[in-house]
Design a protein around this ligand. Structure first.
Ligand code: BGP
Length: 476
C-alpha cells in the first residue's frame, strides 16, 4: 500500500544552465555559469573575468536540451514524471539583467517548453534564480551586494509570472539560498555574484546580499500572489543536517550553532523575521547592515507557501576547545567523518535516515508543506559489455531515501508535496563542472572532455523509477 498521497508530485530536477546549452542562442546573455570553467575531482572551477577563448566552459553547450527538449520531454513522459523542476535562465529573458524590455525569443522558448510538458500532463516546477544570474549584473553592479538587484529581480519575476500565469503553478525564488553561508568563493559567486576583495569582510557581504535576496524573494511572493492567487511560491534551501560528533555538550552546542548558521534564512523566508540570536550577532560584530524597517515589513508580508529543499548528505561537527562556541561561520573546518556512514565517489556521506530527520526538522519548525526538490547520487557510471549502465548503487540510494520519506509521511505526519531527484537526466555538475559526475536515470553520451554523441539512453534506474512512479511509491 502506498504511503504517499494522491497527486504526489513525483518528478525530476535540473537547472537551465546545467543542461540547456545554447548559451548565446536567440539573444541569450552571458550568465555567471558561462564564465566558470570545468574543474575536476581535485581542482575547483575557475571563475574567469569574462569568457576567455580556449578555456573549457562546460555550461556553454551542456547537453543541448535547448535543441533536444521535445525528444527529451517525450522520454520524461515515458518515465511517467508528474512534474519537471527546472529554472528559467534569467539571461534568456533579460540578457544583461538591467534592460527595460524582455527578450521575446527567450520567453517563447519557455512557452514552448511548458506547452510540451503540459501536453503530457507534466507540471512545470520553476526556480527563478538557480546559480545563473546575468554576468553583466556582476561587472556593472557588483551582484547582490547592491540593493538595485532587488528591482532587476522583481522585473524578471513579474514578467515571467505574468507570461506563464496559466502554465506554471509551482515556483521557487532562489535555489539553495543558504549555501553561501559557508563563505566559500563558489557559494558566494553562484548565489550572489559576489567576488570578495582582499580588504573586504566576506561575512558582512554575505549577510547584506542574503538580506537583499530575502527582500526580493518576499516581494516576488507578494507580486506572484497578486498575479495568480493559486501560485504556490516556495523557498529553497540546501539541507544537510549537522550532527554533534559526541554527546559532549560542547559538541552538541556547536552542532546547534552550525544549524543556526546554515538555516537562519529559513526563519526569514518562512517566519518572516530574523532570529533573535542573529540580530544580537549583527550588533556584536558592528556590521551595520542596510536593513530598513520597510524591508522587514516586506519580509513579514512575503513569507513562502512551502519549503523546497535539496538533500544529499549529512555532516558531523566537533567543537574546538580553543574557540568560543558563539563563533558562527564558517563551520567547515570542524567537520569530521561520520563512522556510521559510507560515502559517495565524491566523499558525500550517504545518510537516508538524515532525510527523515530533515523532514521532521523543517516540519516541526515551520509547519509548512515540504517539497524534496533535489536528492541523488553523483557517481561514475560505467557501460557494461552489453552497452548498458547497471546502476544498482543509484537504485539503492534512491530506494533507501524514498523509504525514509514514506516513514516521514506515514508515521511522522509530514506534509510532503513531492520528490524530484536531482539531475535525473545526466548534466553538468554545478560544483565541479564535470559531465562524468552523473546523477541521471537517463544517460547522456558526453564526457568531461566534451566528446560524445549526446545520445540519450536508459539506465537500469530508469525502469526502476518508472515503476516507483507508476505505483505511487508502493513498489520500491
Ligand atoms: C545543488 C545544486 C544543483 C546541483 C546539485 C549537485 O547544490 O542546486 O545545481 O548541481 O547540488 O551538486 P553537484 O552538481 O556539485 O554534484
Amino acid at each position: 500500500m502506498t504511503k504517499f498521497p494522491k497527486g504526489f508530485l513525483w518528478g525530476g530536477a535540473v537547472a537551465a544552465h546545467q543542461l540547456e546549452g545554447g548559451w548565446q542562442a536567440d539573444g541569450k546573455g552571458i550568465s555567471i555559469a558561462d564564465v566558470m570553467t570545468a574543474g575536476d575531482n581535485n581542482t575547483a572551477r575557475e571563475i574567469t573575468d569574462g569568457v576567455i577563448p580556449g578555456k573549457n566552459y562546460p555550461n556553454h553547450d551542456a547537453i543541448d536540451f535547448y535543441g533536444h527538449y521535445r525528444d527529451d520531454v517525450k522520454l520524461f513522459a515515458e518515465l511517467g514524471l508528474k512534474c519537471f523542476r527546472t529554472s528559467i535562465a534569467w539571461t534568456r529573458i533579460f540578457p544583461n539583467g538591467d534592460e527595460d524590455e524582455p527578450n521575446e525569443a527567450g520567453l517563447q522558448f519557455y512557452d514552448d517548453l511548458f506547452d510540451e510538458l503540459l501536453k503530457y500532463g507534466i507540471e512545470p516546477v520553476i526556480t527563478l534564480s538557480h546559480f545563473e544570474m546575468p554576468y553583466h549584473l556582476v561587472t556593472e553592479y557588483g551582484g547582490w551586494r547592491n540593493s538595485r538587484m532587488i528591482e532587476f529581480f522583481e522585473r524578471f519575476a513579474e514578467v515571467v509570472f505574468k507570461r506563464y500565469r496559466d502554465k506554471v503553478k509551482y515556483w521557487m525564488t532562489f535555489n539553495e539560498i543558504n549555501n553561501q553561508t559557508g563563505l566559500n568563493e563558489w557559494g558566494l559567486f553562484t548565489n550572489s555574484g559576489i567576488l570578495v576583495k582582499d580588504d573586504e569582510d566576506a561575512e558582512k557581504l554575505m549577510y547584506q546580499a542574503a538580506h537583499y535576496e530575502t527582500v526580493a524573494s518576499a516581494l516576488a511572493v507578494k507580486i506572484g500572489h497578486q498575479i495568480n492567487p493559486d501560485f504556490q511560491i516556495g523557498a529553497m534551501f540546501a539541507m544537510g543536517p549537522t550532527y554533534p560528533a559526541t554527546s559532549n555538550p560542547k559538541d552538541v552546542m556547536k552542532a546547534e550553532r552550525a544549524m543556526q548558521a546554515n538555516y537562519w534564512l529559513a526563519d526569514v523566508q518562512c517566519k518572516g523575521k530574523y532570529p533573535n540570536w542573529l540580530l544580537r550577532y549583527f550588533d556584536r560584530k558592528h556590521f551595520d547592515l542596510d536593513i530598513s524597517a520597510s524591508d522587514l515589513q516586506i519580509i513579514k508580508e512575503g513569507t513562502v507557501d512551502y519549503i523546497g529543499f535539496s538533500y544529499y548528505a549529512s555532516h558531523v561537527i566537533k567543537a574546538d576547545d580553543q574557540e568560543p562556541v558563539d563563533f558562527m561561520t564558517p563551520t567547515k573546518n570542524h567537520e569530521v567523518q561520520n563512522p556510521s556512514l559510507t560515502r559517495s565517489d565524491w566523499g558525500w556521506e550517504i545518510d537516508p535516515i538524515g532525510l527523515r530527520y530533515a523532514l521532521n526538522w523543517f516540519s516541526d519548525r515551520y509547519d509548512l508543506p515540504l517539497f524534496i526538490v533535489e536528492n541523488g547520487l553523483g557517481a561514475f557510471d560505467k557501460k557494461n559489455a552489453d552497452g548498458k549502465i547497471h546502476d544498482d548503487y543509484r537504485i539503492d540510494y534512491l530506494r533507501q531515501h524514498i523509504e525514509q520519506m514514506a516513514l516521514a509521511v506515514d508515521i511522522d505526519g509530514v506534509d510532503l508535496m513531492g520528490y524530484t531527484p536531482w539531475g535525473f537526466i545526466d548534466l553538468v555538475s554545478a560544483g565541479t563542472g564535470q559531465m562524468d559526475k552523473r546523477y541521471g536515470v537517463i544517460y547522456v553520451d558526453k564526457n568531461d572532455a566534451g566528446e560524445g554523441t549526446l545520445k540519450r539512453g536508459k539506465k537500469d534506474s530508469f525502469d526502476w523509477f518508472q515503476k516507483v512512479i507508476a505505483t505511487n511509491g508502493s513498489d520500491l
